[in-house]
Design a protein around this ligand. Structure first.
Ligand code: SAM
Length: 301
């Protein structure tokens, strides 16, 4: 059984990178009149409480979105305005808090739901029994009927069923927990299948940057797949650095803390690289803990 719960990690630096890119991609898709669909293969619970027990236990949001939000408030009078992509993402977060409670944080399905137009569609998959139930309840509470569907299905399998979407415009978001080693195999398989079925769709894949050979190989494999398909790609990473947590008395091993992650996007909006190159220096400066903090935005095509 899976033990990963995104409630412990909601709003951390990895969510900041992934959700900022997600907002920018959705805004770009909404520029054209034709409807688009989003297939969110690993959706989580959809909505989180940053003052809930899980988030408070980990404290990760404090080193993530919460460290960025005050800059939006009046106290930042003398600071330069935030780069557009960062301001836009934080605006979506604040809008969620104004609707769902002061410390509510939107997961990827709620971010997408906030930016869908009436004819756009979202399908969100989750298999953890508790989170799948929460996802269904949370999405149901939005009262959007058939526009938004929660599915308790294997996110790696749904591409065969739902991709391409009928409108032939869409975003495939793949954000696994990488809790099991096979995720590192299934992610490139999913991208290969997605590109075979719908070569012009946007596909965004998040991954942790950790010292494991399969994690190191993953972005290289994704780049090779995009290149074989002759499609442009963007790869953005964010590292915050920081000390490894110490093992406390009674603990078998020291807890792990993610210090960097990346998002790989095939067929990215042409404006995205510039937006991220403007936003990530500010994010790195605010969230970075030491000289290991940094970012990169690579593109091809
Ligand atoms: N995308 C979410 C967001 O940005 O708010 C966070 C998702 S979290 C990183 C990964 C989720 O994938 C977890 O909730 C986990 O239970 C779920 N999961 C793991 N394996 C899955 C699978 N095969 N199919 C669908 N969901 C899965």
């Amino acid at each position: 059984m899976f033990s990963y719960r995104h409630a412990f990690h909601a709003g951390n630096h990895a969510d900041v990178l992934k959700h900022m890119a997600l907002v920018a991609v959705l805004r770009h898709l909404a520029l054209k009149d034709t409807a688009f669909s989003v297939l969110d293969t690993h959706a989580g619970a959809g909505l989180y409480r940053l003052d809930g027990q899980a988030a408070r236990t980990s404290g990760e949001a404090g080193d993530g979105v919460l460290a960025l939000l005050p800059a939006q408030s009046g106290e930042a009078d003398e600071s330069p305005p935030l780069p557009a992509a960062l301001a836009d993402y934080l605006g979506v977060v604040q809008d969620c808090a104004s609707r769902h409670g002061p410390r509510a944080y939107p997961g990827s399905p709620f971010i997408t739901a906030a930016l869908l137009r009436p004819d756009d569609r979202l399908k969100a998959c989750e298999v953890h029994p508790t989170d799948a139930k929460l996802l269904a309840q949370n999405l149901e509470s939005l009262g959007r009927g058939r526009q938004i569907t929660a599915l308790r299905e294997d996110g790696f399998g749904v591409v065969r069923k739902f991709w391409p979407p009928p409108s032939r415009r869409g975003l495939l978001l793949c954000d696994p927990s990488y809790e099991i080693k096979s995720d590192y195999e299934r992610v490139p398989q999913l991208l290969e299948e997605a590109l075979k079925r719908f070569a012009t769709g946007v596909a965004a894949i998040w991954h942790p940057i950790i010292p494991r050979p399969e994690a190191h190989q993953l972005p290289k494999r994704l780049k090779a797949l995009a290149q074989q398909a002759g499609k442009p790609w963007l790869y953005a990473t964010l590292a915050v650095g920081g000390e490894a947590p110490k093992r406390l008395p009674g603990q078998a091993k020291a807890p792990t803390r993610l210090r960097a992650s990346g998002v790989f996007i095939v067929n990215p909006p042409h404006t995205l690289a510039g937006q991220l190159r403007a936003a990530l220096p500010v994010v790195t400066q605010r969230l970075g803990k030491d000289r290991h903090a940094g970012f990169q935005v690579l593109t091809q095509g």
